[in-house]
Design a protein around this ligand. Structure first.
Ligand SMILES: O=c1[nH]c(=O)n([C@H]2C[C@H](O)[C@@H](COP(=O)(O)O)O2)cc1CO
Ligand SMILES: [Zn+2]
Length: 159
């Protein structure tokens, strides 16, 4: 008889998005994204980080203060990195697994690339105009957004 304790597709892909958060240098929120084709092939992954050439030791990670000296002008969001990291041509109709609900800017990229569904974990900024605008655009564009259903399993990796 086959092994019974295997994880489902959603847990597998959200697990990869979660693992990707471990690459983030953001002391505030680490975000991960995993883009998956309609036939469950991983197309791309990403996490929030500074753009190439912008040293994450030199650029700010502050949340507050002069905008020039906060992370927000500089950090490239996980979903955008995942989209930009993909060099193929089959992203249309794909799904993106994200650990945090996408902001309005990432949402525009998701829509324009033809990504068909967002599976998200945390929605801690649900009340913010950026996320409300995201949901407005996603609804207009017919992009599904679905809250991830936890399977209640803890997996520890010994790295
Ligand atoms: O969709 C997103 N994707 C994403 O990667 N981020 C990143 C930008 C920042 O590095 C971090 C948010 O930081 P904070 O929670 O401290 O404001 O998460 C933020 C959002 C906003 O929802
Ligand atoms: Zn974003």
């Amino acid at each position: 008889m086959k092994k019974q304790d295997y994880i489902n597709w959603d847990a597998y892909f959200m697990g990869i998005a979660l693992l990707s958060t471990n690459r983030s240098k953001d002391p505030g929120t680490s975000v991960g994204a995993c883009i998956v084709s309609q036939d469950n092939k991983i197309l791309s992954v990403g996490y929030n980080g500074m753009p190439y050439g912008c040293s994450d030791d030199e650029y700010p990670w502050e949340r507050e203060g002069d905008p020039f000296d906060t992370k927000y002008f500089y950090v490239c969001h996980a979903e955008l990195n995942a989209i930009l990291n993909y060099t193929g041509t089959d992203i249309k109709g794909s799904k993106v697994y994200v650990t945090l609900f996408p902001c309005n800017e990432c949402t525009k990229a998701i829509i324009q690339k033809g990504i068909a569904e967002i599976i998200y974990m945390d929605d801690k900024y649900a009340h913010t105009p950026a996320v409300l605008a995201s949901k407005r655009m996603l609804t207009s564009a017919g992009v599904k957004f679905t809250k991830y259903t936890p399977i209640g399993k803890d997996i520890t990796l010994s790295l």
